[in-house]
Design a protein around this ligand. Structure first.
Ligand SMILES: O=C(O)CCC(=O)C(=O)O
Length: 328
């Protein structure tokens, strides 16, 4: 597809599925391996002594199911590729690995992103990795938690600070590690709804950002964003989307990365926001995994005194002109 056709389609519909961008073995499996390494560490630390040897021999899913029953505080955070939203401490953990660094800088992904944002591209720190077990296995409190369960209706621009909401051209690249279907909890959206611009959001379950009056979307016609491993889904920053429950018997694993046009605010200062592609190669100052990690550690130092990594400016607007209920 021609550059401008890809961009036109994304801006027109709010979403785009691009087929066969990634290779599972080369680009994705290393991240699953790193997740499994984190699980092994958690098993060593938290499992009953007599179980450790046995559990270390389980496969990925059985290991994760096991540790998810150990009541480990904020378990998702160990697998999530950013600092925790609140209570940032010296020992706050996050999943920043060489394999994820490679994914963020993946040439095929950047070639797609370049068609949308142009040649000067920065990695945006709004990024997550999500391991979703079958919903029936989740503790009740996690069912509506976007990292391990369903994600509420929202627009990605709403998770940026006010400057980012106004000034940042950001695109979401959603990456499945497992085939993603309506049965195992794919995202859904409404075609062209991005055209409404940024709408009013409120604080939802556990302070997650959620579109105000989102129940109005339940009756609209939904596009199911199903994807095969290797495909990527792009979302416009004003696309309204959520994810369905995982009603399958298997895991649903994904990463969502974001990129913005260089020179614009990240919307999550002081978290890492750095060039990943530039015509002027001098801009590429962060060139390896260790430099990236050090950006996260520096950001952590700044977040510790203020105690949070990022905040949602909620409600998005003081008046109700941009409430969905006033626009449909
Ligand atoms: O993967 C999911 O369940 C939701 C992802 C999402 O909402 C996002 O990337 O903005």
């Amino acid at each position: 597809m021609m550059t401008n056709r890809l961009k036109k389609k994304l801006y027109e519909n709010g979403y785009l599925i691009v087929k066969n961008v990634l290779n599972f073995r080369r680009d994705l499996k290393p991240i699953l391996n790193d997740m499994e390494f984190v699980m092994d560490c958690l098993i060593q630390k938290y499992a009953k002594k007599k179980d450790i040897k046995k559990v270390l021999n389980f496969d990925f899913k059985k290991k994760y199911s096991y540790i998810s029953k150990l009541n480990i505080y904020d378990l998702d955070q160990y697998f999530n590729t950013r600092l925790p939203r609140d209570h940032v401490k010296k020992d706050s953990d996050y999943f920043a690995t060489q394999s994820l660094w490679n994914l963020i800088n993946n040439k095929n992904i950047l070639d797609v992103v370049e068609k949308i944002l142009g040649k000067e591209i920065m990695s945006n720190p709004v990024q997550n990795t999500r391991i979703k077990q079958p919903e029936k296995k989740l503790p009740k409190g996690s069912i509506h938690d976007g990292l391990s369960g369903r994600t509420p209706w929202h627009q990605d621009a709403a998770v940026l600070n006010s400057r980012g909401q106004k000034l940042t051209d950001m695109v979401t690249v959603w990456i499945p590690f497992t085939k993603t279907t309506r049965k195992n909890g794919c995202m859904i959206t409404v075609k062209k709804i991005n055209k409404m611009g940024l709408l009013n959001h409120v604080s939802g379950y556990r302070g997650q950002v959620e579109l105000k009056n989102s129940e109005l979307l339940d009756d609209m016609e939904h596009i199911h964003l199903e994807a095969n491993v290797g495909d990527v889904i792009l979302l416009h920053k004003h696309s309204i989307h959520c994810s369905l429950p995982n009603r399958s018997n298997d895991f649903r694993i994904s990463a969502d990365l974001r990129y913005n046009i260089a020179g614009q605010p990240s919307g999550r200062e002081p978290l890492p926001n750095f060039y990943v592609r530039s015509k002027n190669k001098k801009n590429l100052k962060v060139q390896n995994f260790k430099q990236w990690l050090s950006l996260w550690e520096k950001a952590k130092e700044k977040c510790i005194p203020r105690k949070f990594a990022f905040k949602y400016p909620l409600p998005t607007y003081k008046d109700n002109k941009k409430d969905l209920s006033n626009l449909v």
